[in-house]
Write a protein that binds this ligand. Structure first.
Ligand SMILES: [Cu+2]
Length: 228
């Protein structure tokens, strides 16, 4: 039988199945089954399949949540004239990232060893979240709040590259995730602790509420000084 010439028997599908043909069909089926069951196996025991969640949400509501996080936890700005806010969200909490034409917003500063729920959504078209050099890749769509739970394992600066072509500014659709060395407490946390507390009043809880991490010994919980 030739693959180029028409079959000798015109009604070839009525011919009995050849033994070799049956054998290859069974081998292919068995391999399909192996790969099928490897998917949940890799998800549970492997390290390459992300556990993620997705929720329907409008881009307006999502951008509102992102802006609320930025206003609450912004520690500085980067990117020169672009003034991209760097946000240090509380460990164990939610962190929002917006993909749009043509940038990622804001820059996230995460602590190594702490887990975060990172939310991703596009404001316009399909974009790609590609975290480098870790090589974590996720499609980002408008209308879907895509949540991944991540724990940065070591300090460094990670680049976010858009890996879904999104137009003329696609090569500029980049962002950043920073995991600082030694997890320095951002300057902002020190401010409420330095504020004098009136005698007898409970300590100002703001710093702990914003960043539930132990404050360094550089800011000792000294009793409030009451001038006599
Ligand atoms: Cu793109």
């Amino acid at each position: 039988m030739s693959a180029i010439q028409p079959p000798v028997e015109r009604l070839w599908w009525k011919q009995p199945l050849d033994r070799a043909e049956l054998l290859w069909i069974l081998i292919a089926l068995a391999w399909c089954m192996v790969l099928f069951f490897m998917m949940p196996y890799w998800h549970i025991y492997g390290k390459q399949n992300l556990a993620n969640e997705a929720y329907r949400m409008g881009p307006e509501q999502y951008s509102k949540l992102t802006q609320e996080m930025v206003d609450k936890y912004k520690v500085r700005e980067e990117g020169g004239d672009l003034k991209v806010p760097v946000v240090h969200p509380p460990a164990g909490g939610d962190a929002y990232l917006i993909a749009g034409l043509w940038s990622w917003y804001p820059i996230l500063e995460l602590e190594a060893g702490k887990s975060y729920r990172i939310h991703l959504m596009s404001m316009d078209y399909q974009h790609g979240f590609s975290l480098q050099p870790e090589n974590i890749n996720i499609q980002v769509l408008p209308g879907y709040d895509h949540v991944i739970t991540v724990t940065p394992t070591h300090a460094g600066t990670y680049g976010i590259v858009c890996n879904e072509y999104c137009g003329i500014g696609h090569p500029n659709t980049m962002g950043k995730v920073i995991t600082p060395k030694g997890n320095p407490v951002p300057r902002r946390t020190a401010t409420p602790a330095a504020r004098p507390t009136p005698a007898g009043a409970p300590p100002v809880p703001t710093a702990r509420k914003l960043f539930p991490i132990p404050l360094p010994s550089a800011t000792p919980a000294a009793p409030a000084h009451i001038p006599s």
